[in-house]
Design a protein around this ligand. Structure first.
Ligand SMILES: *[C@@H]1O[C@H](CO)[C@@H](O)[C@H](O)[C@H]1NC(C)=O
Ligand SMILES: *[C@@H]1O[C@H](CO)[C@@H](O)[C@H](O)[C@H]1NC(C)=O
Ligand SMILES: *[C@@H]1O[C@H](CO)[C@@H](O)[C@H](O)[C@H]1NC(C)=O
Ligand SMILES: *[C@@H]1O[C@H](CO)[C@@H](O)[C@H](O)[C@H]1NC(C)=O
Ligand SMILES: *[C@@H]1O[C@H](CO)[C@@H](O)[C@H](O)[C@H]1NC(C)=O
Ligand SMILES: *[C@@H]1O[C@H](CO)[C@@H](O)[C@H](O)[C@H]1NC(C)=O
Ligand SMILES: CC(=O)N[C@H]1CO[C@H](CO)[C@@H](O)[C@@H]1O
Length: 367
Protein backbone atom coordinates (compact mmCIF):
# COMPACT_ATOMS: atom_id res chain seq x y z
CA UNK A 1 0.00 0.00 0.00
CA UNK A 2 1.41 3.36 -0.98
CA UNK A 3 1.96 5.56 2.01
CA UNK A 4 1.61 9.30 1.78
CA UNK A 5 4.96 10.99 1.97
CA UNK A 6 5.27 12.01 5.54
CA UNK A 7 8.13 14.02 6.85
CA UNK A 8 8.93 15.96 9.92
CA UNK A 9 10.32 19.38 10.42
CA UNK A 10 12.84 18.93 13.14
CA UNK A 11 13.36 22.13 14.94
CA UNK A 12 15.41 23.43 17.75
CA UNK A 13 14.18 26.47 19.56
CA UNK A 14 15.28 28.40 22.55
CA UNK A 15 13.31 30.31 25.12
CA UNK A 16 15.28 32.59 27.33
CA UNK A 17 13.32 33.39 30.44
CA UNK A 18 15.30 35.28 33.05
CA UNK A 19 17.71 32.60 34.19
CA UNK A 20 15.92 29.69 32.57
CA UNK A 21 16.79 28.29 29.24
CA UNK A 22 14.52 25.78 27.65
CA UNK A 23 15.44 23.92 24.58
CA UNK A 24 12.58 22.80 22.44
CA UNK A 25 14.03 20.11 20.23
CA UNK A 26 10.99 19.10 18.35
CA UNK A 27 9.81 17.38 15.25
CA UNK A 28 6.49 18.90 14.31
CA UNK A 29 4.60 19.62 11.19
CA UNK A 30 3.59 17.69 8.16
CA UNK A 31 3.26 14.28 9.78
CA UNK A 32 -0.49 14.33 10.07
CA UNK A 33 -0.52 11.49 12.55
CA UNK A 34 1.69 13.22 15.07
CA UNK A 35 -0.09 14.26 18.28
CA UNK A 36 1.29 15.96 21.35
CA UNK A 37 0.31 15.53 24.96
CA UNK A 38 0.03 18.84 26.83
CA UNK A 39 -0.39 18.62 30.59
CA UNK A 40 -1.76 21.36 32.85
CA UNK A 41 -2.22 20.74 36.54
CA UNK A 42 -1.38 20.71 40.21
CA UNK A 43 0.77 18.46 42.40
CA UNK A 44 -1.03 15.35 41.14
CA UNK A 45 0.50 15.99 37.71
CA UNK A 46 3.70 17.96 38.54
CA UNK A 47 6.68 16.04 37.12
CA UNK A 48 9.18 18.23 38.96
CA UNK A 49 8.64 21.74 37.60
CA UNK A 50 8.57 23.39 41.01
CA UNK A 51 12.16 22.58 41.87
CA UNK A 52 13.22 25.00 39.11
CA UNK A 53 11.21 27.82 40.74
CA UNK A 54 12.90 27.43 44.10
CA UNK A 55 16.13 29.34 43.49
CA UNK A 56 18.22 26.43 44.65
CA UNK A 57 16.34 25.71 47.86
CA UNK A 58 15.01 22.19 48.12
CA UNK A 59 11.50 20.77 48.10
CA UNK A 60 10.83 17.49 49.97
CA UNK A 61 9.74 15.87 46.71
CA UNK A 62 13.29 16.10 45.37
CA UNK A 63 14.66 13.80 48.02
CA UNK A 64 14.05 10.42 49.66
CA UNK A 65 11.54 8.85 50.10
CA UNK A 66 9.88 10.47 47.08
CA UNK A 67 10.94 8.34 44.14
CA UNK A 68 11.79 5.39 46.40
CA UNK A 69 10.27 2.87 43.98
CA UNK A 70 12.43 4.24 41.15
CA UNK A 71 15.85 3.55 42.67
CA UNK A 72 15.48 6.66 44.83
CA UNK A 73 15.29 8.88 41.78
CA UNK A 74 13.53 11.78 43.51
CA UNK A 75 12.44 13.82 40.54
CA UNK A 76 10.09 16.24 42.28
CA UNK A 77 7.07 14.00 41.65
CA UNK A 78 4.91 13.70 44.78
CA UNK A 79 4.87 9.91 44.73
CA UNK A 80 7.17 6.93 45.13
CA UNK A 81 7.48 6.80 41.35
CA UNK A 82 5.66 7.74 38.17
CA UNK A 83 2.54 9.88 38.10
CA UNK A 84 -0.56 9.70 35.91
CA UNK A 85 0.62 11.89 32.97
CA UNK A 86 3.80 9.79 32.73
CA UNK A 87 1.74 6.61 32.29
CA UNK A 88 -0.53 8.31 29.77
CA UNK A 89 2.53 9.29 27.71
CA UNK A 90 3.71 5.69 27.78
CA UNK A 91 0.26 4.24 26.95
CA UNK A 92 0.14 6.59 23.95
CA UNK A 93 3.54 5.24 22.78
CA UNK A 94 5.19 8.52 23.52
CA UNK A 95 7.88 9.79 25.76
CA UNK A 96 6.94 10.76 29.29
CA UNK A 97 5.95 14.45 28.87
CA UNK A 98 8.93 16.37 30.29
CA UNK A 99 8.74 19.22 32.80
CA UNK A 100 8.40 22.54 30.97
CA UNK A 101 11.05 24.16 33.16
CA UNK A 102 13.65 21.42 32.92
CA UNK A 103 16.55 22.75 30.83
CA UNK A 104 17.16 20.80 27.65
CA UNK A 105 13.80 19.01 27.59
CA UNK A 106 12.70 17.56 24.26
CA UNK A 107 9.11 18.69 23.65
CA UNK A 108 8.56 16.75 20.42
CA UNK A 109 5.95 14.45 22.04
CA UNK A 110 4.49 17.02 24.40
CA UNK A 111 5.23 18.93 27.57
CA UNK A 112 4.04 19.02 31.15
CA UNK A 113 3.36 22.49 32.63
CA UNK A 114 1.91 21.26 35.96
CA UNK A 115 3.02 22.79 39.23
CA UNK A 116 2.40 21.56 42.78
CA UNK A 117 0.11 23.93 44.65
CA UNK A 118 -1.42 25.34 41.45
CA UNK A 119 -4.84 26.94 41.73
CA UNK A 120 -7.40 28.06 39.22
CA UNK A 121 -8.13 31.40 40.87
CA UNK A 122 -4.82 32.57 42.28
CA UNK A 123 -2.75 34.55 39.80
CA UNK A 124 0.64 34.92 41.45
CA UNK A 125 2.06 32.74 44.20
CA UNK A 126 5.70 32.33 45.11
CA UNK A 127 7.20 29.10 43.89
CA UNK A 128 4.04 27.95 42.06
CA UNK A 129 2.74 28.29 38.51
CA UNK A 130 -1.02 28.69 38.74
CA UNK A 131 -3.41 28.02 35.87
CA UNK A 132 -2.79 31.45 34.38
CA UNK A 133 0.99 31.03 34.31
CA UNK A 134 0.67 27.54 32.85
CA UNK A 135 -1.59 28.81 30.08
CA UNK A 136 0.87 31.55 29.33
CA UNK A 137 3.67 28.97 29.09
CA UNK A 138 1.51 26.93 26.72
CA UNK A 139 1.11 30.09 24.67
CA UNK A 140 4.91 30.51 24.50
CA UNK A 141 5.37 26.96 23.25
CA UNK A 142 2.47 27.37 20.78
CA UNK A 143 3.98 30.57 19.36
CA UNK A 144 7.40 28.98 18.90
CA UNK A 145 5.92 25.99 17.10
CA UNK A 146 3.83 28.30 14.90
CA UNK A 147 6.90 30.35 14.07
CA UNK A 148 8.65 27.21 12.88
CA UNK A 149 5.95 25.35 10.96
CA UNK A 150 3.53 28.18 10.15
CA UNK A 151 0.24 29.14 11.76
CA UNK A 152 -1.87 26.73 9.76
CA UNK A 153 0.21 23.59 10.41
CA UNK A 154 0.56 24.57 14.05
CA UNK A 155 -3.19 24.96 14.47
CA UNK A 156 -3.78 21.53 12.91
CA UNK A 157 -1.21 20.04 15.26
CA UNK A 158 -2.92 21.65 18.27
CA UNK A 159 -6.27 20.32 17.04
CA UNK A 160 -4.95 16.74 16.91
CA UNK A 161 -3.18 17.02 20.26
CA UNK A 162 -4.56 16.10 23.68
CA UNK A 163 -4.81 18.38 26.74
CA UNK A 164 -4.71 16.56 30.08
CA UNK A 165 -5.79 18.68 33.03
CA UNK A 166 -6.01 18.36 36.84
CA UNK A 167 -6.97 21.56 38.67
CA UNK A 168 -9.33 22.73 41.40
CA UNK A 169 -8.32 20.66 44.44
CA UNK A 170 -6.03 23.36 45.84
CA UNK A 171 -8.70 26.04 45.43
CA UNK A 172 -11.12 24.10 47.64
CA UNK A 173 -8.44 23.03 50.07
CA UNK A 174 -7.39 26.68 50.49
CA UNK A 175 -10.90 28.11 50.65
CA UNK A 176 -12.14 25.71 53.32
CA UNK A 177 -9.07 25.96 55.52
CA UNK A 178 -9.01 29.78 55.26
CA UNK A 179 -12.79 30.17 55.66
CA UNK A 180 -13.93 27.54 58.13
CA UNK A 181 -17.17 29.42 58.79
CA UNK A 182 -18.18 30.21 55.22
CA UNK A 183 -21.91 29.98 54.56
CA UNK A 184 -23.27 27.56 51.99
CA UNK A 185 -24.02 30.43 49.62
CA UNK A 186 -20.42 31.70 49.92
CA UNK A 187 -19.19 28.20 49.18
CA UNK A 188 -21.44 27.99 46.14
CA UNK A 189 -20.38 31.34 44.74
CA UNK A 190 -16.73 30.45 45.22
CA UNK A 191 -17.32 27.18 43.38
CA UNK A 192 -19.04 29.03 40.52
CA UNK A 193 -16.03 31.31 40.22
CA UNK A 194 -13.61 28.37 40.09
CA UNK A 195 -15.64 26.57 37.44
CA UNK A 196 -16.10 29.77 35.39
CA UNK A 197 -12.37 30.51 35.44
CA UNK A 198 -11.50 26.92 34.62
CA UNK A 199 -13.96 27.00 31.74
CA UNK A 200 -12.29 30.17 30.47
CA UNK A 201 -9.00 28.28 30.55
CA UNK A 202 -10.48 25.54 28.35
CA UNK A 203 -11.78 28.19 25.95
CA UNK A 204 -8.36 29.78 25.75
CA UNK A 205 -6.82 26.46 24.70
CA UNK A 206 -9.68 25.90 22.25
CA UNK A 207 -8.92 29.29 20.74
CA UNK A 208 -5.39 28.13 19.89
CA UNK A 209 -6.73 24.95 18.27
CA UNK A 210 -7.26 22.58 21.23
CA UNK A 211 -10.17 20.19 20.68
CA UNK A 212 -9.44 17.13 22.85
CA UNK A 213 -9.68 17.74 26.59
CA UNK A 214 -9.17 15.13 29.30
CA UNK A 215 -10.02 16.38 32.76
CA UNK A 216 -9.66 14.71 36.10
CA UNK A 217 -12.32 16.02 38.46
CA UNK A 218 -11.65 17.10 42.06
CA UNK A 219 -10.84 14.21 44.41
CA UNK A 220 -12.41 13.18 47.72
CA UNK A 221 -10.49 15.88 49.63
CA UNK A 222 -12.24 15.16 52.93
CA UNK A 223 -10.87 11.60 53.00
CA UNK A 224 -7.19 12.54 52.62
CA UNK A 225 -5.05 11.70 55.67
CA UNK A 226 -3.82 15.30 55.68
CA UNK A 227 -7.38 16.58 56.23
CA UNK A 228 -8.29 13.88 58.76
CA UNK A 229 -5.34 15.03 60.86
CA UNK A 230 -6.45 18.66 60.68
CA UNK A 231 -9.81 17.70 62.19
CA UNK A 232 -9.13 15.12 64.93
CA UNK A 233 -12.71 15.60 66.18
CA UNK A 234 -13.85 13.59 63.13
CA UNK A 235 -12.08 10.56 64.63
CA UNK A 236 -10.93 9.34 61.25
CA UNK A 237 -14.11 9.72 59.28
CA UNK A 238 -14.01 11.85 56.12
CA UNK A 239 -14.75 15.58 56.39
CA UNK A 240 -18.12 16.13 54.77
CA UNK A 241 -17.41 19.85 54.38
CA UNK A 242 -14.53 19.18 51.98
CA UNK A 243 -16.34 16.30 50.30
CA UNK A 244 -19.46 18.30 49.58
CA UNK A 245 -17.52 21.21 48.10
CA UNK A 246 -15.69 18.82 45.78
CA UNK A 247 -18.99 17.21 44.79
CA UNK A 248 -20.57 20.58 43.97
CA UNK A 249 -17.57 21.42 41.81
CA UNK A 250 -17.67 18.11 39.99
CA UNK A 251 -21.34 18.43 39.12
CA UNK A 252 -20.87 21.99 37.84
CA UNK A 253 -17.74 20.99 35.90
CA UNK A 254 -19.59 18.19 34.21
CA UNK A 255 -22.41 20.57 33.20
CA UNK A 256 -19.95 23.22 32.01
CA UNK A 257 -18.13 20.75 29.77
CA UNK A 258 -21.39 19.47 28.32
CA UNK A 259 -22.34 23.06 27.49
CA UNK A 260 -18.97 23.77 25.90
CA UNK A 261 -19.24 20.71 23.68
CA UNK A 262 -22.66 21.89 22.51
CA UNK A 263 -21.37 25.38 21.79
CA UNK A 264 -17.87 24.90 20.41
CA UNK A 265 -17.59 22.91 17.15
CA UNK A 266 -15.28 19.92 17.49
CA UNK A 267 -14.86 20.24 21.26
CA UNK A 268 -14.46 16.69 22.67
CA UNK A 269 -13.76 15.76 26.26
CA UNK A 270 -13.35 13.12 28.86
CA UNK A 271 -13.84 13.43 32.59
CA UNK A 272 -12.20 10.91 34.88
CA UNK A 273 -14.34 10.55 37.98
CA UNK A 274 -11.30 10.85 40.22
CA UNK A 275 -13.59 11.58 43.17
CA UNK A 276 -15.11 8.11 42.92
CA UNK A 277 -12.00 6.28 41.69
CA UNK A 278 -9.80 7.47 44.54
CA UNK A 279 -12.53 7.50 47.19
CA UNK A 280 -13.43 3.89 46.50
CA UNK A 281 -9.76 2.89 46.69
CA UNK A 282 -9.29 4.70 50.01
CA UNK A 283 -12.42 3.17 51.53
CA UNK A 284 -12.29 -0.26 49.92
CA UNK A 285 -8.57 -0.78 49.35
CA UNK A 286 -8.58 -4.56 49.15
CA UNK A 287 -11.06 -4.55 46.27
CA UNK A 288 -8.20 -3.04 44.20
CA UNK A 289 -5.37 -5.21 45.49
CA UNK A 290 -4.09 -2.85 48.21
CA UNK A 291 -3.64 -3.61 51.90
CA UNK A 292 -3.99 -0.06 53.24
CA UNK A 293 -6.29 2.68 52.00
CA UNK A 294 -6.79 5.12 54.84
CA UNK A 295 -3.24 5.64 56.09
CA UNK A 296 -0.48 7.02 53.90
CA UNK A 297 2.77 5.14 53.34
CA UNK A 298 4.89 8.10 54.35
CA UNK A 299 4.51 10.84 56.95
CA UNK A 300 3.75 11.35 60.62
CA UNK A 301 0.60 11.54 62.75
CA UNK A 302 -2.28 9.10 63.15
CA UNK A 303 -2.80 8.72 59.38
CA UNK A 304 0.74 9.61 58.25
CA UNK A 305 -0.93 12.73 56.91
CA UNK A 306 1.90 15.24 57.23
CA UNK A 307 5.60 15.86 56.69
CA UNK A 308 6.61 13.01 54.41
CA UNK A 309 10.24 13.70 53.55
CA UNK A 310 10.61 15.91 56.63
CA UNK A 311 8.22 18.73 55.73
CA UNK A 312 9.24 22.13 54.42
CA UNK A 313 12.46 22.40 56.40
CA UNK A 314 13.25 18.71 55.90
CA UNK A 315 13.72 18.30 59.64
CA UNK A 316 10.45 16.79 60.86
CA UNK A 317 10.46 13.13 61.82
CA UNK A 318 8.46 10.82 59.59
CA UNK A 319 7.92 7.12 58.91
CA UNK A 320 8.00 5.32 55.58
CA UNK A 321 6.36 2.00 54.78
CA UNK A 322 8.58 -0.64 53.21
CA UNK A 323 6.14 -1.63 50.44
CA UNK A 324 4.43 1.39 48.86
CA UNK A 325 2.63 -1.00 46.48
CA UNK A 326 0.46 -2.08 49.40
CA UNK A 327 -0.77 1.49 49.91
CA UNK A 328 -3.27 3.60 47.98
CA UNK A 329 -1.69 6.83 49.25
CA UNK A 330 1.98 7.68 49.37
CA UNK A 331 1.72 10.84 51.47
CA UNK A 332 -1.16 12.72 53.10
CA UNK A 333 -2.57 13.98 49.80
CA UNK A 334 -0.90 12.03 46.98
CA UNK A 335 -1.17 8.52 45.58
CA UNK A 336 1.44 5.81 45.15
CA UNK A 337 2.80 4.83 41.76
CA UNK A 338 0.66 1.69 41.82
CA UNK A 339 -2.50 3.76 42.34
CA UNK A 340 -1.31 6.18 39.65
CA UNK A 341 -1.03 3.34 37.17
CA UNK A 342 -4.57 2.19 37.97
CA UNK A 343 -5.88 5.75 37.60
CA UNK A 344 -4.04 6.18 34.31
CA UNK A 345 -5.54 2.92 33.05
CA UNK A 346 -8.99 4.25 33.92
CA UNK A 347 -8.28 7.50 32.09
CA UNK A 348 -6.88 5.62 29.11
CA UNK A 349 -9.57 3.02 28.57
CA UNK A 350 -12.06 3.32 31.44
CA UNK A 351 -15.75 2.58 30.87
CA UNK A 352 -18.05 5.61 30.38
CA UNK A 353 -19.31 5.41 33.98
CA UNK A 354 -15.76 6.27 35.20
CA UNK A 355 -14.24 8.10 32.23
CA UNK A 356 -16.57 9.69 29.74
CA UNK A 357 -18.00 10.59 27.35
CA UNK A 358 -14.67 9.76 25.66
CA UNK A 359 -11.67 8.07 27.21
CA UNK A 360 -8.12 9.11 26.39
CA UNK A 361 -7.46 6.29 23.98
CA UNK A 362 -10.50 7.41 21.98
CA UNK A 363 -9.37 11.05 22.10
CA UNK A 364 -5.93 10.09 20.79
CA UNK A 365 -7.49 7.92 18.06
CA UNK A 366 -9.65 10.77 16.75
CA UNK A 367 -8.05 12.47 13.74
C1 LIG B 1 13.63 14.90 20.17
O1 LIG B 1 12.87 13.70 20.09
C2 LIG B 1 12.54 13.34 18.77
C3 LIG B 1 11.57 12.16 18.82
O2 LIG B 1 12.00 11.17 19.70
C4 LIG B 1 13.80 13.02 17.99
O3 LIG B 1 13.48 12.68 16.66
C5 LIG B 1 14.70 14.27 18.01
O4 LIG B 1 15.91 13.97 17.38
C6 LIG B 1 14.94 14.72 19.44
N1 LIG B 1 15.72 15.94 19.40
C7 LIG B 1 16.90 16.05 19.99
C8 LIG B 1 17.63 17.34 19.76
O5 LIG B 1 17.37 15.18 20.69
C1 LIG C 1 17.13 4.76 49.11
O1 LIG C 1 17.54 5.64 50.13
C2 LIG C 1 17.28 5.14 51.44
C3 LIG C 1 17.59 6.23 52.45
O2 LIG C 1 18.79 6.86 52.17
C4 LIG C 1 18.09 3.86 51.65
O3 LIG C 1 17.80 3.34 52.92
C5 LIG C 1 17.73 2.85 50.57
O4 LIG C 1 18.55 1.71 50.68
C6 LIG C 1 17.88 3.45 49.18
N1 LIG C 1 17.36 2.52 48.19
C7 LIG C 1 17.97 2.26 47.04
C8 LIG C 1 17.31 1.31 46.11
O5 LIG C 1 19.04 2.78 46.74
C1 LIG D 1 13.36 33.39 43.05
O1 LIG D 1 14.02 34.57 42.63
C2 LIG D 1 13.24 35.43 41.82
C3 LIG D 1 14.13 36.55 41.31
O2 LIG D 1 14.92 37.04 42.34
C4 LIG D 1 12.05 35.93 42.64
O3 LIG D 1 11.24 36.77 41.84
C5 LIG D 1 11.25 34.73 43.10
O4 LIG D 1 10.18 35.15 43.93
C6 LIG D 1 12.13 33.74 43.87
N1 LIG D 1 11.35 32.52 44.13
C7 LIG D 1 11.33 31.94 45.33
C8 LIG D 1 10.51 30.69 45.42
O5 LIG D 1 11.92 32.35 46.30
C1 LIG E 1 -15.47 30.15 63.21
O1 LIG E 1 -16.46 29.88 64.17
C2 LIG E 1 -15.93 29.36 65.38
C3 LIG E 1 -17.09 28.92 66.26
O2 LIG E 1 -18.16 29.81 66.16
C4 LIG E 1 -15.05 30.43 66.04
O3 LIG E 1 -14.52 29.92 67.24
C5 LIG E 1 -13.91 30.75 65.07
O4 LIG E 1 -13.14 31.81 65.59
C6 LIG E 1 -14.45 31.16 63.71
N1 LIG E 1 -13.32 31.22 62.78
C7 LIG E 1 -13.14 32.23 61.95
C8 LIG E 1 -11.91 32.19 61.10
O5 LIG E 1 -13.92 33.16 61.89
C1 LIG F 1 -12.06 34.52 37.78
O1 LIG F 1 -11.56 34.77 39.06
C2 LIG F 1 -11.36 36.12 39.36
C3 LIG F 1 -10.78 36.19 40.76
O2 LIG F 1 -9.53 35.55 40.78
C4 LIG F 1 -12.65 36.87 39.27
O3 LIG F 1 -12.43 38.25 39.52
C5 LIG F 1 -13.25 36.68 37.91
O4 LIG F 1 -14.51 37.27 37.88
C6 LIG F 1 -13.37 35.20 37.61
N1 LIG F 1 -13.82 35.03 36.28
C7 LIG F 1 -14.96 34.44 36.01
C8 LIG F 1 -15.27 34.29 34.57
O5 LIG F 1 -15.73 34.09 36.88
C1 LIG G 1 -19.04 0.65 35.38
O1 LIG G 1 -19.51 -0.23 34.38
C2 LIG G 1 -18.86 -1.49 34.34
C3 LIG G 1 -19.43 -2.32 33.21
O2 LIG G 1 -19.48 -1.55 32.04
C4 LIG G 1 -19.08 -2.22 35.68
O3 LIG G 1 -18.36 -3.44 35.69
C5 LIG G 1 -18.60 -1.34 36.81
O4 LIG G 1 -18.90 -1.93 38.06
C6 LIG G 1 -19.24 0.04 36.76
N1 LIG G 1 -18.63 0.87 37.78
C7 LIG G 1 -19.31 1.73 38.52
C8 LIG G 1 -18.54 2.52 39.51
O5 LIG G 1 -20.50 1.87 38.42
C1 LIG H 1 -17.82 -2.72 47.55
C2 LIG H 1 -17.59 -2.08 48.88
O1 LIG H 1 -17.05 -2.67 49.78
N1 LIG H 1 -18.01 -0.84 48.98
C3 LIG H 1 -17.82 -0.09 50.19
C4 LIG H 1 -16.78 0.97 49.97
O2 LIG H 1 -16.65 1.80 51.08
C5 LIG H 1 -17.84 2.49 51.45
C6 LIG H 1 -17.50 3.42 52.57
O3 LIG H 1 -16.79 2.79 53.58
C7 LIG H 1 -18.90 1.48 51.79
O4 LIG H 1 -20.12 2.16 52.08
C8 LIG H 1 -19.12 0.55 50.62
O5 LIG H 1 -20.03 -0.45 50.98
Amino acid sequence: MARPTSFLFCVMMMIFATTLMNTINGCYGADHQHKLLFVIGDSLFDPGNNQYLMNGSTSPATSYPYGMSMHNHSSGRLSDGLIVPDFIGLFANKKVPPPFLKPGSNFSDGVNFASAGARVLEEHSTGVMNMKAQLSNFDKVAKLIAKKVGDEEAKKLFMRSVYLISLGGNDYFGFNTDNPNATQSQRISYMRMVVANLTNGFKEIYGKGGRKFAIQNVGPLGCYPMIKQMYPELKGSCSSKFLSHAKLHNKALSNALKKLSNKLPGFKYSILDYYYALGDRINNATKYGFKVGKIACCGNGDYNGNNCGGGHDGKEAFKVCSHPDEYVLFDGGHTTMRTNRQLAELLWNGKPNITGPYNLKQLFDLP
